[in-house]
Design a protein around this ligand. Sequence first.
Ligand code: NAD
Length: 338
Amino acid sequence: MKELTRKRILVTGGAGFLGSHLCERLVAQGHDVLCVDNFYTGTKDNIAPLLDCANFELMRHDVTFPLYVEVDEIYNLACPASPIHYQHDPVQTTKTSVHGAINMLGLAKRVNARIFQASTSEVYGDALVHPQKEDYWGHVNPIGPRSCYDEGKRCAETLFMDYRRQHGLSIRIARIFNTYGPRMHPADGRVVSNFMMQALRGEPLTLYGGGTQTRSFCYVDDMIDAFILLMNSADDPGGPVNLGNPHEVSMRDIAQRIVALTGSASPLETRPLPADDPWHRQPDIALATALLGWQPGTSLDEGLLRTARYFRARLAASQQTPPGAGTHGAAAASARTH
Ligand SMILES: NC(=O)c1ccc[n+]([C@@H]2O[C@H](COP(=O)([O-])OP(=O)(O)OC[C@H]3O[C@@H](n4cnc5c(N)ncnc54)[C@H](O)[C@@H]3O)[C@@H](O)[C@H]2O)c1
């Protein structure tokens, strides 16, 4: 392990998919980590191995309410991230993004902490520019079913930039593109988890709009590397930084890879494309590469293989668990190409 100064670090949304990997990494680096989560989509299972670590603490708290703690750094990840979850209670989603940002920025200002915002490629909406660079302002529907998430995250970015301009706060904004890996929710309707579960259960893989729309997928370990590099970068990017894997694949391509690597006999089945579903999503990561010297190193096949191992184990465990145990609070079954 590299020698690092020990810091007190708050991770909101720390029991979620990305948050749990981030907490794990920061604990391993020797920092004191405070994980704050209301378990809306996150679970204690995700952080179970950390609960016995002396430098890890868990607090059940909703970030829409103020929080008073002493910390050196804040990673603000709290927010449901998949359409099924964020559309389940859209008012709460906007509150989590906006009130959550206000509360965490207020805390950062009080304790003079650097603060990192988990923003999203969804701020670009149904982009008219491809691939998207940070200076593209986006093409977002302000009144659609995805708006609670997209506009909530856009408003959070505004707040972060205004705290920087008005109060001189040290901020970092990551515009995260699709990320996948172990501890994704099996029923969140995101493309990788959806295809994995369908393939492992031997069900048809649902392809929306014929499967020609594309996404780029970043493996979680690469993304966590980028979070930590961005948080610790001496150079202030002065605004948002795209993080993701620029390698673009079609939905059909990824479905076929998952069928092949799981050894499934599942067929592919096409369905109509849902409202506001973007056709392309690909990051331009030139800024991240220049600023952080970062680019994702895990190949899609390797990342999918590790993810499949997780889902296979999870599925096997759930078949031995009584019905209802271990489900996520907001989860409902349907599928989207997020
Ligand atoms: N995973 C991705 O591909 C992706 C892409 C773009 C952006 N992001 C962003 O990264 C962050 C983490 O995403 P994820 O994939 O880990 O999602 P996730 O749903 O697994 O994690 C979100 C966590 O936030 C918690 N949470 C939600 N509302 C809260 C509240 N009001 N107070 C406290 N905790 C709350 C949830 O319980 C969960 O543990 C989110 O902000 C998301 O918007 C993720």
